[in-house]
Design a protein around this ligand. Structure first.
Ligand code: CDP
Ligand code: CDP
Length: 214
């Protein structure tokens, strides 16, 4: 059929969404969009102006002014960017400003997108929806290892506390909260390495595509 293939990959922080989505995109020959980067870049713009990321007017202005170069910044990862992203992400005007951008990206050639609300809000009509999870202890361990790899010393307990806090805010907000779409396939990767998670995800995608009329 003419419909573009859209794969939605949602889930909590450090579940392995990005790693998985990037590999799926390569395997399926589709563009990949890390939608978390959009919220991170908006958060950074607000911090640059010396404003509070929870300030709705400042965050909305930053979202409307977002430019492609903002996504190339080198300071979009780390605890400060995590917090700022999650704060601006709770503001409805910010989400509205980023919506068309995400939809245009996916509609052009199809895409794999990862985030929190891809299957529920951005692409409710996505061909395949995956909800990737892992225990909070496992996710904290993964994020801690990532920080280590980047040469950032971090306290494991603090990393876990930050993850819990961000998940609670992402799941508790009024607009586009983190939750699996009714038709999402759940993929618990607690006991899976990235390779095994990818193999399972690809099998779920192929199964879904087999059901889809050509
Ligand atoms: O995008 P998200 O924050 O959900 O996760 P990520 O940026 O892909 O980071 C996940 C980290 O856990 C990476 O360092 C992966 O190598 C590792 N990992 C994984 O992605 N999947 C597994 N099943 C196990 C580990
Ligand atoms: O990589 P990690 O899972 O830690 O975070 P991310 O995917 O880069 O997202 C950063 C923050 O942006 C999240 O904590 C959410 O608050 C927000 N976000 C969102 O609200 N909706 C999305 N589609 C993607 C990210």
């Amino acid at each position: 059929g003419a419909a573009r293939l859209v794969v939605a990959v949602d889930g909590p922080a450090a579940a392995g969404k990005g790693t998985l989505a990037r590999r799926l995109a390569a395997a399926l020959g589709l563009p990949y969009l890390d939608t978390g980067l959009l919220y991170r870049a908006v958060g950074r713009r607000v911090l640059d102006r010396g404003a509070d990321p929870a300030d709705a007017a400042a965050a909305a202005a930053a979202a409307r002014a977002l430019a492609p170069a903002d996504l190339e910044r080198g300071d979009l990862r780390g605890p400060e960017a995590d917090r700022a992203a999650s704060a601006v992400a709770a503001i409805p005007a910010v989400r509205a400003a980023l919506l068309d951008w995400q939809r245009d990206f996916g509609r052009r050639h199809g895409a794999v997108l990862d985030g929190r609300d891809i299957g529920t809000v951005v692409f409710p009509e996505a061909t395949v929806k995956l909800f990737v999870t892992a225990s909070v202890a496992e996710r904290a361990q993964r994020r801690w290892l990532e920080l280590q790899g980047r040469g950032v010393a971090a306290d494991p307990a603090a990393v876990e506390a930050e993850l819990r806090e961000r998940d609670a805010r992402d799941a508790g907000r009024a607009v586009a909260p983190l939750r699996p779409a009714a038709d999402a396939r759940l993929l618990d990767t607690t006991a899976l390495d990235a390779e095994a998670a990818f193999a399972m995800a690809l099998a779920l995608v192929r199964e879904r595509l087999g059901e889809r009329p050509a």
